[in-house]
Write a protein that binds this ligand. Structure first.
Ligand SMILES: [Ca+2]
Length: 458
C-alpha cells in the first residue's frame, strides 16, 4: 500500500444510514417531478414520490438522534428515473432532488455535525439520455463520442436487441468504453469534482464487478490523491478478495455477511455453528484492515427488507442489527428499517419512509438507538479484535477486545439459555450497568446481552 492509501480511520467508528432520496423525505414539493404520487403508497418501478435532499436536511436531527454519523445516498445526479442509475449529467444534482445548491447545503450541515457523506458513483454506464450517447445516436460514426461506447457495427441499432455494450443488457444504460483514455479522464474528473468542489467524503462504486480492475484502481487513487481520508466502497455481491489485493477498494457492501445474517437470523436455516463458520470464512478471506472498513448491512435498495425476511418478527431484526453494531466493520442502517418499514424485493423495498410516528415500531427504534450508543461508548466494539466464544444451536457469543476493555456479546435466537462467563471480572451489562457475576449468565429467548469488563483483569 503506497503512501496515504488504505481505509480511512473514521470508517470503523462510523454508523452509516442509506437513503434512497426519492423515498426518504419530501422537503420541497415545488420541484417534484411530473406524475409524483402521494407519499405513503406502494412503489412500482416508475413511481416518483418527490423525496429530495432538502428533505434529508430537514430530518438531519432525527438521524443525529438515532446516532447516525455517515450517510450513503443512492445516485443523486440528473437522470430520468427514480433510482437515477441512468446518469444524464454527472455534474448536476437532479433538480427534483434540489440541485447542486441542496447538496452544498447538505454537506455543510453534515460536516458542522461531524458527519460524513458518501455518494453513489455510477461509472460503468450512463443513461441513454446522456448527451454523449445522444450525439452518437444523432451523428453515428461522425460523432466524437463514437469510441466512448462499444458499438458492434457501423450504426447504432437499438431494437430488437441493442448492438452496443449496455449494463446487464439494459438498452437505456449504455456502458462506457473504459479502454478509451478520454472516457477514463472524464469519469475521473467526476470522482475528483465532488470530493474537491463539494467536500463529499467518499464514493460507493456501483456494479464494481463489471468494471476493469485497473480502472477501479485509478478511481481509488484519484479519490485518495485529492482526499486521503476518502472512503472508497464497492458494490460487490460475492467474494471481494481480489479488489483488496489490487488495492482498489477500502471496503465493500458486505452482501456475503448479509447472506449469513439472512440465513441465521431471518430464515433460521443455519445453526450457530454454520453461521460462525461463515463469519470466519469472510474474515479470513479479507485483510484485517479491510474487515474493519466493511460496509456491513442487513438490507439495501436491492434486496428484500430484513423485517420482511423475518416475517415481521421484530426481535429477529433487532438481533441482526445487534450483531452489526457489535461486529468489526461499519454498521449500516437501511432507511426505515429502524421504524419497522417492511417490503419485499425491488421495488417494494423502496417504500417511502413513514413519517407518521403512530406507524413506527418503537421497540426497534429504541433498541437500535441504545445499541448505537453502546457501540459509540465502547472502543472494543468498534476497533477490538474478534474472538468467537461459543456457537451452539441457536446461540452465538463472541468477545471483542482492545483499547483497554473487553466486551462479551451473546445473541440468542432460541429459548432462554445460559452461557459460561469468562474468568475474571467484574463484568457489567453494557446497557443496564448491572453487575454480572457467577460462572454462567442467562440470555433470554430471542434476546441478547452485552457485557463489558476492563482489560487486564483475567
Ligand atoms: Ca420534492
Amino acid at each position: 500500500m503506497d503512501g496515504c492509501e488504505g481505509p480511512p480511520e473514521w470508517v470503523q467508528d462510523a454508523v452509516f444510514y442509506q437513503i434512497f432520496p426519492d423515498r426518504f423525505r419530501n422537503g420541497d414539493p415545488t420541484s417534484d417531478p411530473p406524475g409524483t404520487v402521494p407519499w405513503g403508497g406502494l412503489p412500482d418501478r416508475h413511481s416518483f414520490f418527490g423525496g429530495d435532499l432538502w428533505g434529508v436536511l430537514e430530518k438531519l436531527n432525527y438521524l443525529v438522534d438515532l446516532g447516525v454519523t455517515a450517510l450513503y445516498l443512492t445516485p443523486i445526479f440528473k437522470a430520468p428515473t427514480n433510482h437515477k442509475y441512468d446518469t444524464q449529467d454527472y455534474f448536476q444534482v437532479d433538480p427534483a432532488f434540489g440541485g447542486n445548491e441542496a447538496l452544498r447545503a447538505l454537506v455543510s450541515a453534515l460536516h458542522s455535525r461531524g458527519m460524513r457523506l458518501v455518494l453513489d458513483g455510477v461509472f460503468n454506464h450512463c443513461g441513454e439520455v446522456h448527451p454523449f450517447f445522444q450525439d452518437v445516436l444523432a451523428k453515428g460514426r461522425a460523432s466524437p463520442y463514437w469510441d466512448w461506447f462499444t458499438i458492434w457495427g457501423e450504426e447504432v441499432i437499438r431494437e430488437p436487441e441493442p448492438n452496443y455494450a449496455c449494463w446487464a443488457g439494459v438498452r437505456s444504460m449504455p456502458e462506457w468504453n473504459h479502454k478509451n483514455p478520454k472516457v477514463r479522464g472524464y469519469l475521473l474528473s467526476v470522482v475528483r469534482h465532488w470530493l474537491t468542489e463539494y467536500g463529499i467524503d467518499g464514493w460507493r462504486l456501483d456494479t464494481v464487478e463489471y468494471l476493469p480492475p485497473d480502472f477501479v484502481r485509478e478511481v481509488y487513487r484519484a479519490a485518495k490523491e485529492v482526499r486521503p481520508d476518502a472512503y472508497v466502497l464497492g458494490e460487490v455481491m460475492g467474494m471481494a478478495a481480489s479488489w483488496f489485493k489490487h488495492g482498489a477498494l477500502d471496503g465493500v457492501m458486505n452482501y456475503r455477511l448479509r447472506d449469513g445474517l439472512a440465513a441465521f437470523f431471518a430464515r433460521g436455516e443455519w445453526s450457530a455453528e454454520e453461521f460462525a463458520q461463515h463469519l470466519y470464512a469472510i474474515r479470513r478471506s479479507y485483510p484485517p484492515v479491510n474487515n474493519f472498513a466493511m460496509y456491513n448491512l442487513v438490507g439495501s435498495h436491492d434486496v428484500p427488507r430484513f423485517l420482511t425476511l423475518c416475517q415481521g418478527d421484530r426481535r429477529r431484526l433487532i438481533l441482526a442489527y445487534t450483531f452489526l453494531f457489535t461486529y468489526p466493520g461499519a454498521p449500516a442502517i437501511y432507511y426505515g428499517d429502524e421504524v419497522g418499514l417492511a417490503g419485499g424485493g425491488d421495488p417494494d423495498c423502496r417504500r417511502p419512509f413513514p413519517w407518521e410516528e403512530s406507524a413506527w415500531e418503537r421497540e426497534i427504534l429504541f433498541s437500535l438507538r441504545d445499541l448505537i450508543r453502546a457501540r459509540k461508548a465502547s472502543p472494543a466494539l468498534r476497533r477490538g479484535l474478534f474472538r468467537l466464544w461459543e456457537a451452539r444451536g441457536k446461540l452465538i457469543s463472541f468477545l471483542r477486545a482492545g483499547e483497554g476493555e473487553e466486551v462479551l456479546v451473546a445473541l440468542n435466537l432460541g429459548e432462554e439459555e445460559t452461557i459460561k462467563l469468562p474468568g475474571g471480572g467484574p463484568w457489567r451489562d453494557l446497557l443496564s450497568g448491572e453487575r454480572v457475576s457467577g460462572s454462567r449468565f442467562a440470555v433470554s429467548a430471542c434476546g441478547f446481552r452485552l457485557l463489558r469488563r476492563a482489560a487486564g483483569r483475567a
